[in-house]
Ligand binder design. Structure first.
Ligand code: NDP
Length: 448
């Protein structure tokens, strides 16, 4: 073991002891530390002043009780979280997730990833994340509203335009952001539009924010393909999930000439050999809030599967856009055997470390989440710019800005990987490029 391997193993051991029982957080940190070994070989000063330990410790972690009344007048109690991880580059920025699987470790993994992702966008935003173990599925509109109001009744004192700006994530879409913003406005007694992003267009939202993560993931994929003289035109694409990110990844991939051959939700997956009817998908999932099997009942030539895996489909490109660790080693092996050549993560950490290793050893072009799905937060930062200048931009202008940001993230990841001797490894490139900007800011700002 080299001295640097030992030093980094020391940081990791300490982190495991101080953050017991948080496997997703350990996984996210382990991946970044692997890349940091490469930086420390060349630039050892990045280990000065406890920088790596400070980077892995959130600046602040807020955990709170969220009591609310269900439709039967019974009291329910959920747990709320906001992890304000790093504000060296700007106010904390990152979404809120409402899902029964949420716990402190999940929020810390997401907040940690967010630091590097936000840094890669080139915009002045720090990293944070929050959420609750509340499950909006099956809840009435009134229940969701009362939950959101109770959640914001605590959260509001911790956020602000220059402090911390939450947005949506799994289980938090336009409806929830509306209820959250309403309660913030009431408590703060001011219409501070810059306090949340993903808002409705009539009250400070940005055109193209809804589409941004999915579109951005496809723009990143396009860049990877362009680097090999290829394009999405005529390609077959698998997209897992059918929520916000998946829907707009499907739309953009098809606009660029690809056929999306399957999508999914937590109840199963749908085979769509002739492509996806995006309008119908949006109607079923966004408007009616039904399961993907309803889509199959209404779309000819499609098949619903409740067993097997969406990754059994044959495709050139795979875009995992549902949730963490949804793509495991056996899935990666099947994808590789079936000829996949590009994988870009629309979701956060959807591929397990073993799956990533299989993609790497088979030289699959791989866009890690912190680069490939940064379009959402980047467009949130563009929403903040519009709010600050009391302006609203057109869809095309905002989409062009998003496209430019995604091309830059690809370029930066590719160039940094090459500079550090790992050409084509966009994981290494994204981790190092994201890290250096935050690290330089932290070093300049002293030990805080
Ligand atoms: P949504 O809630 O809109 O959609 C999530 C989708 O993933 C749904 O189809 C859902 O199925 C499926 N899903 C969620 N959990 C599971 C699970 N445990 N097993 C199988 N399927 C599951 O969320 P988003 O589209 O906003 O987010 C998807 C991913 O993208 C997340 O990893 C998120 O962190 C990431 N992301 C989102 C951004 C955004 O702007 N929204 C920005 C950057 C990253 P079902 O409906 O059955 O639950």
């Amino acid at each position: 073991m080299s001295a640097i391997d030992q030093e980094v193993a020391g940081y990791y051991d300490k982190l495991l002891k101080r953050n017991a029982g948080e496997p997703e957080f350990h996984q996210a940190v382990a991946e970044v530390l692997e890349s940091l070994k490469i930086v420390l070989e060349k630039d050892p000063h990045y280990a000065d002043y406890g920088l790596i330990e400070r980077l892995c410790e959130p600046e602040r972690q807020i955990i709170f009780r969220v009591p609310w009344m269900d439709d039967n007048n019974e009291v329910r109690v959920n747990r709320g979280f906001r992890v304000q991880f790093n504000s060296a580059l700007g106010p904390y920025k990152g979404g809120l997730r409402f899902h029964p699987s949420v716990n402190l470790g999940v929020i810390k993994f997401l907040g940690f990833e967010q630091i590097f992702k936000n840094s890669l966008t080139g915009l002045p935003i720090g990293g944070g994340k929050g959420g609750s173990d509340f499950d909006p599925k099956g809840r009435s509109e009134g229940e969701v509203m009362r939950f959101c109001q109770s959640f914001m009744t605590e959260l509001w004192r911790h956020i602000g335009e220059y402090r911390d700006v939450p947005a949506g994530d799994i289980g938090v879409g336009g409806r929830e952001v509306g209820f959250l913003f309403g309660q913030y406005r009431r408590l703060a007694n001011q219409h501070e539009s810059g306090v949340l992003t993903g808002k409705g267009l009539e009250w400070g939202g940005s055109l193209a924010r809804t589409e941004a993560t999915g579109f951005g993931c496809v723009y990143f994929t396009e860049e990877m393909m362009k680097a090999n003289g290829e394009s999405l035109d005529g390609a077959k694409v698998i997209v897992s999930g059918s929520g916000n990110v998946a829907t707009y990844a499907i739309q953009k991939a098809q606009e660029l000439g690809a056929t999306v051959v399957g999508f999914s939700d937590s109840s199963g997956w749908v085979e769509t050999p002739n492509g996806v009817d995006v309008e119908l998908l949006r109607d079923v999932k966004e408007k009616r809030r039904e399961r993907v099997s309803t889509y199959v009942e209404e779309a000819q030539g499609t098949t619903f599967h409740s067993d097997g895996s969406i990754w059994d489909l044959k495709a050139d490109v795979a875009l995992p856009c549902a949730t963490q660790n949804e793509l495991e080693a056996e899935h990666a092996r099947t994808l590789v055997d079936n000829g996949v050549r590009y994988v870009a993560e629309g979701a956060n950490m959807p591929s397990t470390p073993e799956a990533v290793e299989i993609f790497r050893s088979n030289k699959i072009n791989f866009g890690p989440g912190k680069a490939a799905n940064a379009g959402g937060v980047a467009t949130s930062a563009l929403e903040m710019q519009q709010n600050a200048s009391r302006d609203s931009w057109t869809f095309d202008y905002t989409d062009q800005r998003l496209h430019g940001i995604m091309s830059n993230i690809f370029k930066l990841s590719a160039e940094t990987a090459a500079e550090y001797g790992h050409e084509g490894d966009y994981i290494v490139g994204a981790n190092i490029a994201g890290f250096k900007k935050v690290a330089d800011a932290m070093l300049a700002q002293g030990v805080i």
